[in-house]
Structures are given as C-alpha cells and as structure tokens.
Design a protein around this ligand. Sequence first.
Ligand code: PEP
Ligand code: MG
Length: 598
Amino acid sequence: MLSQLSVSGKFSAMRKGIAVSPGVAIGKAFVIHEIFVNPDTKRLEDNEVTAELAKYETARDRADADLQALYRKVERQVGRDEASVFLVHRSILRDAAFTNKIRGWVVNDRMTASASLHRLLGEYTTLLTRTNDEYLKERLNDIRDVVVRLTAHMSEVIQPNQNVLDGPLIVVADELLPSQAVALGDVDVHGIITQSGSQTSHAAIIARSRGIPAVSGLRGILRLVKTGDTIVVDGQHGHVEINPNSEELAAFRKLEREFFDLKDQLAENRDLPANTVDGTELRLQANINSAADATAASAMGASGVGLYRTEYLYLTHPDVPDEEEQYKTYCEVIKECPNQHITIRTLDIGGDKTVPYLGHNHQEANPFMGWRSIRLSFEHPEFFNTQIRAVLRAASEFPDGTVRLMFPMVTTIEEMRRLRSFMKRAKKELGERGKVVRDMPIGMMLEVPAAAISIELMLDLVDFVSIGSNDLVQYLMAADRDNPKVSHLCQPLAPSVLRVLHSVIQACDKSGKPVTVCGEMAGQPKSFVLLLGMGLRRFSMSPAFIPSIKELAASITIDEAEQIVKSVMKLKTLSQIKKFMTRQIQQIAPQLAMLDTD
Ligand code: PEP
Ligand code: MG
C-alpha cells in the first residue's frame, strides 16, 4: 500500500482489494452511510437548534408512519408473529429515554440530530455487546434499524448532493444493499467499491449486471475515503487509487477510454448468433432482477433470461408485495425479456439477503447454512403459495413455453416432491377461483453439494437443472462467498469445483435434462471456456458480459475447449489453473484480456 500527501494537499493512497467487475472508472466518491463511519461533526448555532429538533420530530413521525403501515400489511399477508418486529421498532422509536437523549445532545451539546443518533447507537453498542443476554444482544439490530430509518428520513442518504458532486460518481459503501442499488438507478454511477463482499456478493453482482467496474473487500476504505475525493477503480486488477496525482490520473483516463471503446465495439455483436467457430449454437441468457434489467438484456443480445431473481421485488418493496402486484410485475418482466423466454426463480431470502418480515427475529450463527431459500418458503406456505400463484397466472398470459420456474437451494428428493405438491396446490386454488393455468417446466437450482452428489437420483423429479455456482462453490469449499478473508478459497476454478461441475453436466447430458450454469462464473472468460469444454451449451450471466462472451465463443472451437479441459484436469492447484487459463485467454481472444478479472 502506498500513501502520501498529493500536490493538492489531499491524502492520496492506493489500496488493493478483490477485483469483482472489470473495467476502469474515475469519479468523485459518494460515501453511503458515511454517518456511521465519519459522523457529522458540525456544531449547531443557537438559532439552528429549534429547526434541528423539528427536523428530528418530522423524521420520527414519518418513520412511525412507515412502521405502522408495514405492521398492518405484514400482519395481513404473512402473520402477526412476523409483523411484531415492527411493533418493537415503534416502541424503540417512541421510547422516552431514546428521544430525550437525542434532544438533550441537540440542545445542550449543539450536536446535529444525525450525529446524536450516531452517538446513541455507539452507546447502545458498547452496552449491549458486553451483555451475555442473547435477547438483549439481538435488540441491538433493532436499534440499528430504527437509527437507519430515522437517518434516511432526515438526510435522504442515498441522494448525493449534486451541488457538491457533479459528474461521474464512485459509490463507496460497506456492502451495497439491494434497495440502495435500486435507489442509485438514477444517479451517474461509474464505479463501486465496498469494504466487505467478494466476487459473488450482491454488490458485485449488481455492478456486473450494469457493466460498472467494481472492487470489493477493501478493508478500512470507509475510514480513508470522504465524499468528494477523486477515486480511480481498476476492476480488472482490484486496485483503487484515492486522490491520484495528475500523471496517474492521465494514465488511468487513457485506460478508462480504452475500456469504453472496447465496450462499444463489443456491443456491436449483439445481433450476431452465439456460435463457436465450428458452428455449435450456444444459448447465452441473462441474469436479471427487474424489468429494466430485462430491457438491458435484450440490448446486450441475450437469447432469453436464465435467472430472474424475484427476491429483489421483495427487497425493494416498501412492504410485502401481494399476489396482484407480483402478477403485474412478472407480466412486465416477461414482456420485456429477450425472445420472451424466461426462467423465474422463487424467493431466495436468507443468507446475506433478509427482509424484516421474514426470519428477521431469528438470528442465526450460520445464516448461509441455515434458514434460507425454500427452507424459509416452506415455513411460510401461504406466502410461498402466493408467489407460485402469481407466477402461474403471469405465465398463462404468454404463449406456452415462455416461462419456466425453478427453486433455489434444493437439497433433497423430499424437498423436490414437496415443491411439486406446492405447484399442484397453487394450480388447484387458482382453478377454484375460476382461473385456468397451464403447467410449466419445473427445475432445481443445483447449489448444494449433497444435491450434486446425488444428482442422478433427483433428475427424475425435474425438467431442467440450473447450476448456481456462486453458492455451490461456497458450500463445496466451506468458504463464505461474502467474506474477503476466505475469498482465496471461494474460487470456481478450484480443481475440486471443476470436478463436481463436470460430473453434474455429464449426468444431466446423459439423462437428457437441459442444464445451465447461472452463477457468475458463466460470464467469466476463463470459466466459460472450461464449462464449454465440459459440454455445457446454456449459460446465464450478467447482461453486460454477453457481448464479450459471444466474442470469445466466436474465437474457439468445441474441440479446442475440450482439449483445454483435459489439460486443466491434470493440474493440481488453483494457481496453476489460473495461470494456464490466463495464457489460454490471451491466445484465444487477446482483445478480451482487459475484461478478464484476476
Ligand atoms: C448462485 O448461487 O450461483 C446463484 C445464481 O444464485 P444467487 O447468486 O442469487 O445466490
Ligand atoms: Mg444461489
């Protein structure tokens, strides 16, 4: 790490993190939730105190109104127990001691209300982390939620002040939450850097889906960067420069231009078929979260949508979306999606993605190994059924064969049977309402090693398989996909991972069940070539990767890809495989080297 004072007198530094989305971007830092790291130090003037108190009261009333509405809707649609978390939040918000402390610091210490909230959170954190009482420890999360809600109402955290920040922005965050990413949709974001996270965490996936250079796993970055600093993001090598000097800046500007030129050039491929040199036809589909992503997928030349992550609808919805809202959203997404061919995935909540009304009260030591995806859906049958009904209804508005439905995290045969009976029940319920819906292909996401090992036994129960390699890799390697400390292990090119993938692809081929890889590796040059050589013909990836993967496919024959797999299977370590594959990509498609992350 280099650090010095630049000519402008600003602190300058270079940091190394994990390269998660390729390309070079330069812009002004916009630090999200800066208050939690760099609290507001402004001291109020005497004549500002009353206005500051009024601002706090307004924020409190608005937060209270949110919570009341959330309670009512969640109680109606999910259940009273699940809704009770919002009552707890309301009681914290209205707690006299909580409010008096904030008022006291504003009036007596002339602190802003935001800084007072930060101080209060600090006090509670010190107090509650010392206790051995698990119940009290969990209340800390509730207090934090309330503070975040209040802060958001007071300072529109997500909206950068355009007077201060004109032009391209680099978002700096601990981890980018899905709701924040959506709110950033209208802002000119050129790069994303995060303190936690790694290749397959959600900030990385969001960045890639928009073709935005990103670096994650930058420990301590929030303490180093202030809103307004100049930031360079090198998403190919995982470097971040803070306030570079003018020579460095000029060099990076040249790289940034080359990156834009390459993207423009590749985008011209969008109408070409996805064929290898020997004419083998491939399906390059897109992973999407919304109708806007589906439009982007068409623009990038995707042949369909291989993964629609429906949880973003829940994560970004102010409360629980009901059947009608879901039905409408799914219809919109299907209408926008390329060639009207889409695979919808049911809710995958839990792990690193939580909504306050599902599983929020339930702190787990190992959330990724715990109550997530269909495990959670099974325990909320009404809620789960609502989603399946909405999908069935939406699919029936389009020609047969448009929609397939798949379930995340399937681990056992019993689960697959249960999922099939959920489908039957939803269809029957719709029939009772006079709505006739069609059957559709049902698939499993293969993300759990147990399912990979016993795939032959499960294939009878499914119409297709989609390999969720992001999760499969973390479970195979016992290395959390979001934890930068173990990102050296959570690697799709690890010899053991490649062996499992090969055997699953072969088992599906043998039984004639279509198989896709929809994890991030499908869109990365090195792993794409290996999957191709293993026999895979269907890939689903961030839309931004489709043009470069099309170009790569058009530069290689199946025979060459098979020979590469043979050579790689003889290599024993990840680093040997990475080096070998870097050389291969440089030979096959040197023009793409800039898009091949380290
Ligand atoms: C995966 O696990 O590979 C996957 C595509 O699902 P997600 O990244 O949403 O967990
Ligand atoms: Mg997954």
